[in-house]
Design a protein around this ligand. Sequence first.
Ligand code: HEM
Length: 126
Amino acid sequence: MNGNIFLRTGVVILALGMCLGIYMGAKQDFTLAPVHAHMNLAGGVLMCIAGLFYNNRPALWGKLTTIHYGLQLVGIILLAAGIAGAHLNQKWFPPVVGAGSVLTLLAMLVFIFMVFKGTGRNTTAA
Ligand code: HEM
């Protein structure tokens, strides 16, 4: 897998996060501000950074980029839902936010591995 799907997903998540920001502003209810922040940063911005990096490093394309994408997408969905549940006092939030956190961290560990692999000695950008 190359970086295009990361970029496409990242900009869509950013647009959704912005919609939540506009909704919060319109309602003057900022309860979900942490959800907005995590969607935009841990979701949108991080996805776009990964997409730009992978599109600059075709040698890295493969199974691990697909695993990274899956972990990050499912992770941010559960993390955002779990943080929303926590701030809306929902009983179901702990396992959801827990799973989302762990998946998001696992995605980051894969990305760390890929960045080190793609920036080692004798590696160059496309
Ligand atoms: C249409 C675009 C956006 C709108 C309308 C918007 C709106 C808002 C609003 C209303 C708040 C809550 C402010 C408060 O609690 O007083 C907020 C907080 C925040 N926003 Fe945005 N935002 C937008 C885009 C973004 C983007 C692109 C990012 C990051 C990439 C971002 C990151 C944050 C962060 C980190 C916070 C602080 C959250 C917190 O205090 O828990 N926002 N935004």
